[in-house]
Design a protein around this ligand. Structure first.
Ligand SMILES: Nc1ncnc2c1ncn2[C@@H]1O[C@H](COP(=O)(O)OP(=O)(O)OP(=O)(O)O)[C@@H](O)[C@H]1O
Length: 283
């Protein structure tokens, strides 16, 4: 089932320079849709444009942005506010920005629930504790903390909890792990995949991490210079990339297994074909 359908999305600078030149794509309910491509190709601003969150000065033109039978491009800011958080939610690379630094996390989670539900204070607190516990945080404890009292990985898990609080149908994750160390990134990704499956939401995943795309994505779209140049099921695109740009992009990722033979280091045995890339000094 088609959850989101975007037709002819264009984005312009204040001086009318075209940054995104007419994107067309759809995301199916419950799927992991990866948007990849070089830096500056327009992935983030396209994602922001979906719910009219473009930075000041940038302008959007679009034929339609259908989400669950509603055309988001025709909604007022007031109507969009109700949709953000409940039907479409965001997590960003900059997890700090998900929270106001001088309010406790609990208060910020409470505000989201208060805005979108008629739950009692007690029920809201229970829901927040449960949701934090679900992502491996100590709910009752973290609820009382300020953002600066959590590590980056913990804060990103809390940001994910906040985004998923109202069980949106579409989660937009814009490089959610690129500011984290490898362990925390892995925890957040595993969590994201688990929440996606449990809650049945679709994920629009913006990333440079092609290994992660290979692991989690159902479909991929490749952006270059403000256009989607290729899109399709992950297996097809990875196996038979049509565009030279996609071929080069995919070729730039060293495979985890069966890497190409490496030149031997003087005085050392060459690495056997099929060994993992070494990460120590003989790598
Ligand atoms: N507020 C702004 N005013 C003018 N140009 C902008 C603004 N924000 C972004 N841009 C430009 O829009 C283009 C696309 O930016 P965007 O952040 O979407 O790229 P991206 O593909 O997400 O890159 P990255 O992978 O590095 O995050 C870039 O050329 C960028 O300089």
């Amino acid at each position: 089932m088609e959850l989101l359908k975007v037709r002819d999305l264009k984005i312009f600078t204040p001086d009318n320079r075209s940054l995104v030149h007419g994107l067309n794509f759809s995301i199916h309910a419950g799927e992991w849709f990866a948007l990849i491509g070089e830096s500056g190709s327009g992935k983030s601003i396209s994602a922001f444009a979906l719910s009219a969150l473009l930075p000041n000065g940038l302008r959007r033109e679009v034929q339609e942005i259908q989400l669950l039978g509603k055309d988001l491009s025709k909604l007022s800011e007031w109507e969009l506010r109700k949709i953000r958080g409940t039907e479409i939610a965001y997590v960003f690379q900059d997890y700090q920005s998900a929270f106001t630094p001088y309010f406790r996390l609990g208060r910020q989670m409470d505000e989201v629930m208060q805005a979108h539900t008629d739950w009692s204070k007690g029920k809201r607190q229970t829901k927040a504790w449960e949701a934090l516990n679900e992502v491996g945080l100590e709910g009752a404890e973290v609820y009382r903390r300020y953002p600066f009292q959590l590590s980056g990985g913990q804060l990103q898990r809390a940001a994910l909890t906040l985004a998923m609080m109202m069980e949106p149908k579409l989660l937009i994750a814009d490089e959610p792990t690129s500011a984290l160390d490898a362990m925390s990134a892995n925890t957040v990704l595993t969590l994201l995949a688990r929440l996606k499956n449990e809650k049945g939401c679709a994920v629009l995943f913006i990333t440079h991490d092609l290994r992660c795309v290979r692991r989690y994505a159902d479909r991929v779209a490749i952006m270059q210079n403000g256009s989607i140049i290729e899109a399709g099921p992950k297996q097809e695109v990875f196996k038979n990339p049509r565009e030279v740009y996609t071929q080069n992009l995919l070729a730039s990722v060293p495979p985890l297994y069966n890497p190409p033979r490496r030149l031997p280091i003087l005085g050392q045995e060459p690495l056997e074909e099929g060994t993992l890339y070494a990460t120590t000094s003989n790598a």
